[in-house]
Design a protein around this ligand. Sequence first.
Ligand SMILES: [Zn+2]
Length: 489
Amino acid sequence: MFRQLKSVFLFATGLFLLGAPSTVFAQNGAAQHEAAQNEAIFDPEARLVELGITLPNPQSPVANYVNGVRTGNLIFTAGKGAKFADGSELHGKVGADVTIEEGYKGARQTAINQLAVLKNMLGNLNRVVRVVKVLGMVNSDPSFGDQPAVINGFSDLIVEVFGERGRHARSAVGMASLPRGQSIEIEMIVEVTDDSDARAVSSEARQPLLMKYLGTAGWEINDGNVTVLIDPYISRLKYGGGGDPEDHRPDYARDAVAVSDTVLIDSIIKKADFILVHHGHFDHLGDVPYIARKTGAKVIGTETTMSILRAYGIPEEQLYAVGGGEDYQFEGFSVRVVPSIHSALEEKHYFDTRRFDENTPLKAPLLINQFIEGGSLMFLARFENHDVLTMGSMNFVERELEGIHPDVLLAGINGSRLGLYKYDERLLKVTGYPAVVIPSHWDNFRLPYGYSQQSGIDRNIKPFIEAAAAISPQTQVITPVHLETIIVK
Ligand SMILES: [Zn+2]
């Protein structure tokens, strides 16, 4: 569930933690930009879960002082030592009785103990704006000079948990002795949010949106109440050319019988309440018959889409045929159907007016090329705290989007958009410059999961990120990774 966060973390450690020189930042402007953007979704509470860290109850002060003092938006914590879960402490002089490695582990434990203090004061570590300063004291043998290597145990954990927000100024010094012969004592200063003095409101405010990228135009979105799939295409068949020579799976002709990789689907899709289908092409609808039967989800799409699902025997009560313009309220979820148009494929020569209806003779299993477009839709999917505008193509009808201002835009970002008049600019403007834009349908859907999609990132996403930065500087563009979950607060 938090793999997206993990990738952000790995990136952060690679660039920020291991002492990369500042020139790396200059050379890596785009990457740094991306990391900074992903930072907004870095959830320290989730990181603790992922790291398998359970915070202890904060140790009580052993004398006449308190664990932490807040003044304004700063918290100054009292010095803490390496007290482990079993109650033992790290004692002795580093460089004589204690090795650097033992000291490092002790410093890491000290960071956990300090996080326990912060958690107790704040209720939620998301209220930490920035770790400002760390003072690390090491009970050192007089000959020992590697105090930074010891205190890195503290700093590394803080950055693992807080990401960019955890980077701090630091002193790491040697001491002739420390209370009770402890090896380490560390204190810290953190900046916190304005609202964080109100412990009473520590019950979590907004339910985040979990958005898992399934590749192509496919998404699984969960707001804690409903699970909504968008164009869930998992099978990623090698078909109709355009595959990878390294991919030795069978190559399907367009008039071959359509198949779904049900084993793979079962491993990824566990449940769904709704399935929204933008149009009927195989890379959008191909797996929906199997997923709809498996999950019992309500499916919303065009009459063509419904006709195909009927051919597969999906019960009528699951089928919601729409034409565009509907605005439907369901339990805990509403969806506005937006009329749209398909990508301008084949250098704008693509045009397909075919439609299926109840009179069309269709017999499952269909051929791949029987998955016709059947008209195109977009959806404004309204979740508990977020409105998500979805796209299944690199095209839109501008007037149909007027007044629709989503928090999150799943933007069709593939090469064919470049054949349209000022696509990026018109799209971001008419949608009200959304806070979060996530490129969709930019990858090579004929490659299985796990294959590199770098060329799509280079060709499609990077130019879009640059364009978006100029058009809408406050917009976060998040690059999705197959099967990883993006958390939108
Ligand atoms: Zn299509």
